[in-house]
Design a protein around this ligand. Structure first.
Ligand code: SAM
Length: 280
């Protein structure tokens, strides 16, 4: 009797009644670091995928949408982002986008878990490619402590963190954003991934509220993200001045992006009412 070949599926439990599953070819790497379980799987439809503690972080197929939207909207909103800090983001995708900006003189990656960086360098080399840029300095420190020790140092801070659990909890607090304000130079901009407007409305609200007293001007913007819960994601940018709706088409085109453009930037200011209601 012949049996059908066994299928390997990898699933993220995205809610009590919702799972996202991808059929996988093989498990490439699995370990438990000091901070989390790290898993890299080769999937049939989304390429290689990084999971931390059972949640999708990056897939080769859709990561460009997330990394371009987290990096370029705030970077393009600054006239000359020379010093940039990324907190979290150990896969390197956000830094890869940051160093596309020719104005950048130094980009610091402050990732708490050295194993995430090492695993991504090995198994997701294209995503991690920006880490090799000579302008990039990789630090393995807690972003919550690092930010308190650096005043008046950065033009843009990008918070590319995991969900608000474990070591990431402090990255969602008003105290953290007050420290970000102190760490920014005049005209500086902060931007954080702020989870799904469909299923994490509480986090969307929390990020906006935590920024509020330090950053009077905030922009909640959205993008599709097929492998994140609900397939729809949010980002929240904060600044002391209004963020520009229109940005230079030439400067944006020079970034050689696959999702972000000057037109996508402008469209990000159109917020559907259900999402706007989350931050009212
Ligand atoms: N794109 C992803 C997402 O939204 O699911 C985030 C990717 S990135 C891999 C998240 C990183 O944040 C993890 O590698 C984690 O180790 C790091 N992280 C969590 N808390 C941190 C902290 N307090 N300081 C620095 N890095 C932190």
């Amino acid at each position: 009797m012949s049996r059908p070949p066994m299928e390997l599926w990898i699933e993220e439990i995205q809610g009590k009644d919702v799972r996202l599953g991808l059929r996988a070819k093989t498990v490439l790497h699995r370990e438990v670091s000091e901070f989390q379980e790290i898993l890299v799987v080769d999937t049939l439809s989304y390429g290689r995928a990084l999971f931390l503690d059972g949640t999708f972080q990056v897939t080769e197929k859709d990561e460009f949408v997330y990394h371009e939207m987290l990096a370029h909207l705030p970077m393009m909103s600054h006239p000359s982002p020379r010093r940039v800090l990324v907190i979290g983001g150990g896969d390197g995708g956000t830094i890869r986008e940051v160093v596309k900006h020719k104005e950048v003189e130094e980009a610091v990656l402050c990732e708490i878990d050295p194993r995430v960086t090492a695993v991504c360098r090995e198994y997701l080399p294209e995503v991690a490619s920006g880490l090799a840029d000579p302008r990039v300095r990789v630090l393995h420190e807690d972003g919550v402590s690092y930010i308190k020790e650096h005043k008046n140092s950065f033009d843009v801070i990008l918070v590319d963190s995991t969900d608000p659990v474990g070591p990431a909890v402090g990255l969602y607090s008003p105290e953290f954003y007050a420290a970000c304000k102190e760490a920014l130079r005049a005209g500086g901009i902060v931007c954080a991934q702020s989870e799904s407007p469909f299923v994490n409305g509480d986090v969307v609200r929390r990020v906006s509220q935590s920024m509020q007293s330090s950053f009077p001007h905030r922009l909640l913007y959205l993008s599709p993200l097929p492998t994140y819960p609900s397939g729809f994601w949010s980002f929240t940018a904060g600044a002391g001045q209004p963020l520009p709706r229109e940005v230079s088409k030439e400067r944006a085109a020079a970034l050689a992006t696959r999702y972000y453009t000057a037109e996508v930037h402008e469209a990000a200011f159109a917020l559907p009412p259900f999402a706007a209601a989350l931050i009212e």
